[in-house]
Design a protein around this ligand. Structure first.
Ligand SMILES: NC(=O)C1=CN([C@@H]2O[C@H](COP(=O)(O)OP(=O)(O)OC[C@H]3O[C@@H](n4cnc5c(N)ncnc54)[C@H](OP(=O)(O)O)[C@@H]3O)[C@@H](O)[C@H]2O)C=CC1
Ligand SMILES: O=C(O)C1=N[C@H](C(=O)O)C[C@H](O)C1
Length: 256
């Protein structure tokens, strides 16, 4: 059987270098291109890439993905910064490219995906919720894409359950002291040498707290998710938001 032809964009970055290793180690995949900031995107078409793994920077990602979509190359995107506006533009591009698939995964870590799902499930049971994300100091964006997505999912679940805004009597605060408000959920970002990628979701109600925590100890932790996306995206035309759509989450359904 022929191997799936895979390219990595951002190949010399922390994640990209790991993705290059993971693709090279997979028997069913062939690494046909490894692009850095200075390489032209045409390298992808010249190399005959079928799937591109995109791991660059929020400012660079939309143009890289647009190129892939225009040329019928499926994309597995881990780069953060996909605002609603950027997603709407991408949906428009995909509408003109039937058959082409793009996966945007805020986090490829299996445990991180589960954290998001469990947080969504727990959201309606607690009056208060806050998120603390903790990352290495080389990270460009804050809060993390994962924290933003987690907060959005919690916000949606709270709204669906008819919960009011959470209590907070703060009437005076230094800028940033209460974090960023994402969908009504305060999100706090820590940047600390020695960390990789971590997140805590703290729920609270009368007399009890409940904490979900996920830790990525190294970037190898993201690779099974990256490879799952690479193998599945060809069969999923259009936009897929979140790796959970390629995972078997039976038993973790939101509505019972
Ligand atoms: N979804 C997930 O599970 C994960 C997502 N991420 C996200 O992935 C992204 C990358 O993270 P990380 O690897 O740590 O970042 P790095 O800064 O280590 O790597 C980014 C790489 O992208 C390159 N680059 C920048 N612009 C372009 C461009 N226009 N075309 C091609 N390459 C480009 C950079 O090149 P140069 O070195 O020349 O600057 C660099 O090598 C971030 O958005 C991060 O949040 C990270 C971890 C997990
Ligand atoms: O930059 C990182 O490192 C990470 N970025 C992603 C994010 O912003 O959520 C995923 C993970 O947290 C690591």
């Amino acid at each position: 059987m022929s191997k799936l032809r895979v390219a990595v964009i951002g190949a010399r970055g922390r994640m990209g270098a790991e993705a290059v290793k993971a693709v090279n180690a997979a028997d069913d995949l062939e690494l046909v291109a490894a692009l850095g900031r200075d390489d032209k995107r045409e390298t992808l078409t010249e190399a005959g890439a079928e799937v591109a793994v995109e791991l660059t920077h929020p400012d660079a990602s939309p143009a890289n993905v647009a190129f892939c979509v225009r040329h019928g190359i499926h994309a597995v995107v881990g780069t953060t910064g996909w605002s609603e506006e950027r997603l709407a533009t991408l949906r428009g591009q995909l509408a003109d490219a039937p058959g082409t698939g793009v996966l945007i995964a805020p986090n490829f870590g299996i445990g991180a995906v589960l954290t998001m799902r469990f947080a969504q499930q727990a959201a309606r049971f607690f009056e208060s919720v806050e998120i603390v994300e903790l990352h290495h100091p080389g990270k460009a964006d804050a809060p993390s894409g994962t924290a933003v997505r987690t907060a959005q999912l919690i916000g949606e679940a709270r709204a669906a359950a008819g919960l009011p805004a959470q209590p907070d009597a703060t009437s005076s605060a230094l800028d940033g002291a209460r974090g960023a408000d994402v969908a009504g959920v305060p999100v706090h970002a820590v940047r600390l040498r020695g960390l990789v990628a971590h997140q805590e979701v703290l729920f609270g109600d009368e007399g009890e707290t409940f904490t979900l925590r996920h830790d990525s100890m190294n970037r190898g932790s993201f690779m099974p998710g990256v490879l799952l996306g690479v193998r599945r995206i060809g069969g999923a035309p259009g936009l897929t938001l979140g790796l959970e759509h390629f995972m078997d989450l039976r038993g973790l359904d939101l509505d019972g």
